[in-house]
Design a protein. Sequence first.
Length: 267
Amino acid sequence: MNQFAALKTDYVRKKLASTGIFNHIVYLETTTSTSDVARALPCIQDKHGTLIVAEEQTAGRGRKKNRWFSPKGKGLYFTLVLNPPEMSNVQLITLAAGVALTEAMENTCGLATKLKWPNDVYVRDRKLAGILTEAISRGKKLLAILVGIGINVNHEKGDLAEEIRNVSTSLKIAANKTVSREELLVNVLKSLDLAYRKLLRGSSGEILKCWLEKAAYLGERVVVTNENTSIEGEFIGLSNEGALLLRDYNNNVHEIWAADVIRCRKL
Ligand code: BTN
């Protein structure tokens, strides 16, 4: 039998009580995907601050139909429901979540991490966490934004699926200590709430600045690829809307919205 120490949701609720944020917590021992559970909530347009968290996901998913491996009791796998105003920029919410993750990791276990555009958290060239932001709309009306976050917390090497073992890590492996999932979750939610409020009051410049301070490969030669194309150049920054800015070797600046960023080897 798989023994695990259940997430202490009472502790999380208590710590968040004074902030009034994310205090409607739905805790599941096992589910397919917390983002699928969130998507199925009735009246999702009125569920701001709902947090769905699971000990284990049997069909956790990431960007581009990748799987998100979610072994029981080892990580944090959760989805937040946000009901932002109509014209919100989903990309900026993803970047704000990335900033919140790096701050929370630093505050919880003193680990300095890097952000890889658009949605990954890295430490020493290995992936630690990912963000999957999805918009739910009816016709043209935005009903909710789901921010799905997966963090490898107390995984040992053997808990990382074989196909990702050479490119992923966990906080426990990187920081060389067991990390309180409750404390980390509270810190993520507090930081995310602050970042989200900044976006709402129009201070997205602050989020972009914080994101760039933690950016991996900034100023370096990178290749960005999507299904159809691949462009090489220098990663020079972010647009005001959160797109990646790449200057190619003819000095043309490209605004990239959806792609993978692969760093070039130095010649
Ligand atoms: C990525 O790296 O591509 C994003 C990974 C996002 C994983 C989280 S885990 C909680 C939520 N539920 C899912 O099925 N996916 C997200």
